[in-house]
Every structure is written in C-alpha cells, then in structure tokens.
Design a binder for this molecule. Sequence first.
Ligand SMILES: [Zn+2]
Length: 360
Amino acid sequence: MHGQSLEEARAAQFTTPPPRKVRCPIVDMHTHMTEPGTNHELVDAARLYGITRILAIAPLDDGLELARRYPGEIAVAARALLPQADSAEPIEDRAVHIVRRAHAHGVRIIKFWFAPRIRDRLDFLLDSSRLDPVFDAIAECGLGVLVHVSDPDRWFERRYDPARYGTKADQYPMLEARLRRHPTVPFLAAHMGGDPEHLDHLAALLTRYPNLYLDTSATKWIVRELGRQREAAREFFRRWAERLCFGTDQVVLKESDPARYTVRYWVHQMFWETDLVCPSPIDDPDSDGEPVLRGLDLPEDVLEQVYYKNAERVFRIAARSAAQITSRPAGASPPHEFAEAMRIREDPGPSSGGASGIRS
Ligand SMILES: [Zn+2]
C-alpha cells in the first residue's frame, strides 16, 4: 500500500502528499535554517506534510527570532560552539553562557557538531575536559543534546584520510565518554548515530547507554542504507521505537526552491509509512547505480513514537501548539493525545525556541 506513485507525485512537484498512515502530530527534530527572513519555503512544505513542529538548529539569537516569527511551529536547537575571531573569551566559556541563556529562553536542546571534519576547525574533541563545564551546565539546566558524530562508511572510504580524521570506529569513544559522564542528559545522535550501515553497533550502543537516542535525519543516506536492509531495519525500529526520533536534516538555502523541501518530506513519508519501491527522486552520488527508495512500512505504534512521542517525552519538544490543538475539529484526535499535548504545553517556559544559522 503506498497511496501515490513517484510519477503522480513528481507531476505535482510533490505538493499533494497522500494521506498519512497515522493521524498524529509530527516533529521534525533535525533541520538547519539561515537568516530568519528566508525560511518560509521549509515551513510551507512542513505544513503541507502535516509536520506540526520543526526543530531548527541555529545560533541562539537567530533561532529565537525564527521562533517569534513562527510561534508554535519552530523550536530551537541552539548551537553551542560558535567560532568568533574577535572574542578573547575561550569558545567553551562562551558555550556555557549560550547554554544558560538558551535555557532562560525556554530552549530545550543544545547542538554540537563533531563530524570527522571538526578536526579542521577545533583543536579538541567532544570528550575534551574543556567541555566539562558546558555539559555540567546542560545537565544542571535539564536540557537535551543533539550531536553529530561520524559520517557514512562511503565517506571514510572515499573522502577521509584516516591519518587526519581517524577511522569510523575512532569517532565513537568520545560520544561514549560523554554518555557515561552525563547519565541524566538525553543525547540525540544525528543521522542514526552516524552508522545506519551497522544496526548491530547501534543496538549495542542503545543497550549500553539508556540516555542515548537516535534521529532519522540525512535523507539520502538513511534511505540508501536502511532501504538496503529493509527487514533488519524494520525489526530495529520495532525493537527500539522508544529511542528513535524523526528528523530530516532539511537545510534551508537562500535561493528559492520550494520543491527541495517538498520532495524530501515526500521521500520520508513514503519511506517510513509505505512499502513503495521506486527510483529515489533525490540524487545520491554515493549510491551504487540509480538510488532506490524501498519503503519500510513501519507499524502505526512505531510511527507514533518516532514521529512525536519521544520528542515530547524525552526532549520536551511539544508536538503541537495550543492553537493547533484548539483548531482541530472536535473528535479528530483521541483524548490521550490531547492530554499529552496539554501537559507538555503547561510545562513552564516561553515558546520552545526557534532557529537559523549555517549548518553544523
Ligand atoms: Zn544536520
């Protein structure tokens, strides 16, 4: 069952999504935005696809401005480590201030980027003691962390010199050290923890660290690597449904290109919710031959966890604003969903943030 063929979708520029398999709010836990003024096309696409809340990774002030522009729709993941050439204050000290200010503004997640290429920018890694005060502040404020470590196997084969960037296995001890040191902080590891190729490794990490969660972002990579091991991926999602959060890694560009956003939401919907098999409409230079979308057709209860329940329960990102809740037609949503959304909404703190800023 898939509801729409690629040809039909393409003819409409991906602006006529088929009905959802589950009727629930959806949080996109991983997007990047630039200047607050240029982001409407991603928001339009999200509305069209029933994404009720977008977590935008951004420098704090840009994020807060975006959240003001899209109240109830955008939440912020504030970037903690921002290089600033004209500042005498060490980057980690500035990060502590960002964490405290983010918390004061109701932001719930702090973003760190420790992909292999961080070695070109910083002289320390995620487990450096220089970051201890930053993570202590995060723990004290009760915030969550979104962190990118590692990259596709293909990139280690084709792009990275191990002498400079380490092997893929070398990327994980720094994450594990942080997970061990801060057991009360939930960590959302981006892009299926950087290792969708090796679900056994991810299962071992999830077993060892109860504070570890994974997001599903990086459309091409996830579709390629999970689609090629469909059965194992389905089983993984069933087993770990409470530890996985939907995210896309949509990146807002300055140039207008509405189909860029709609096609990615279409691919995600078809991949998670249907068993459609078709050529993927997104180019993938790392694919062997033409990229193929092979839908996982996840069960409804798994979709609900991944789409919003974990975002709300673990990271306190409300899936819907009060306006969205009250504007629903009477009886459109089961009472327990209402209760859950209301409980989150009553959690003190201003709107849960906003975002913008270059990708990190
Ligand atoms: Zn990203």
